[in-house]
Design a binder for this molecule. Structure first.
Ligand code: XBP
Ligand code: MG
Length: 271
């Protein structure tokens, strides 16, 4: 018997609905906001200084450390590189957790000043997605309070409910480039990966989504522009807007010059 559920045929034959775009899954850091250098990095350094540590991550070093996703994981990696003996301290896990909690506190405080805007085109695209009945989700390695505060401070309180699932941080044991956070979001959406499209800014994010079977459009930024985005449907330098078109780095050009719902549907259709 042929069972069709959520547009899927489980007898191995693709059902037409399998190709229909039903949901957009957004990455947060670097995608919704260009917030790593002037947001997360600043907060890490504040936490280090407050703890009396002589550590400072300048913009260039932070770019290297960004290869390690997740703040706690990034601190641990930094220790392994610069202070390896400290990893043997019996309370190192607690130290990292405390430092990271302080970093989150500083980052949230910074967001509340309004210092971190969304990337150009993000609000327009989210509103268009809602008008077009596309479902919305978030899949990010960052801490949940960072996401909800960013949404509150940029789009307002109600925007949190625009997203059916906000999959964030330690809700899964392994962070991007592992597929876990995307698989978590897919399960919550109860959708096949082919009915979704992920929007990412980094190669690690692209790999995570692709490993979960989700097609990806990349909007890169200064930190990620030299990364390998093979496997993306398209790579652009931003979402763009009617007045300021996006530059296409690879893939088909968006039909109106910027990332909108018709262009996302067209990329998704060609996958
Ligand atoms: C990017 C990250 C995050 C942030 C820090 O996440 O690697 O770890 O830099 O956030 P994404 P935390 O691109 O998946 O949104 O310190 O809260 O981990
Ligand atoms: Mg990102």
């Amino acid at each position: 018997m042929r069972v069709i559920e959520n547009g899927l045929s489980f007898n191995g034959v693709k059902h037409p609905l399998m190709h229909t775009l039903a949901a957009l899954i957004f990455d947060v850091d670097g995608t919704l906001a260009d917030n790593e250098c002037d947001g997360h990095r600043v907060a890490f350094n504040q936490a280090f200084a407050e703890a009396g540590l002589d550590w400072y991550w300048d913009a260039e070093r932070y770019g290297e450390l960004l290869q390690i996703m997740g703040g706690k994981e990034r601190i641990r990696y930094y220790l392994s590189q610069d202070w390896p003996q400290r990893l043997h301290e019996p309370d190192i896990d607690e130290q990292i957790n405390r430092l990271h909690a302080a970093k989150t506190h500083h980052y949230v405080a910074l967001l509340k000043t309004g210092a971190i805007p969304l990337r150009p085109g993000v609000q327009r695209l989210l509103e268009q997605a809602r008008q077009n009945d596309l479902r919305l989700a978030i899949a990010t390695t960052t801490t949940l309070i960072n996401v909800t505060t960013l949404l509150r401070t940029t789009l307002g309180e109600a925007s949190i409910d625009w997203f059916e699932v906000i999959a964030a941080g330690d809700v899964v044991p392994v962070k991007k480039p592992a597929p876990d956070i995307y698989q978590y979001a897919l399960k919550a959406l109860n959708l096949h990966p082919s009915a979704c499209l992920a929007l990412e800014d980094s190669a690690n994010g692209l790999r995570a989504a692709r490993a979960a079977g989700i097609p990806v459009v990349v909007v890169n930024n200064a930190y990620t522009q030299d990364e390998d985005f093979s496997g993306a449907l398209a790579v652009l330098d931003g979402f763009g807007d009617p007045e300021t078109p996006a530059t296409v780095i690879s893939g088909a050009a968006p039909m109106n010059g910027y990332v909108d719902i018709p262009s996302l549907r067209a990329w998704h259709h060609r996958r």
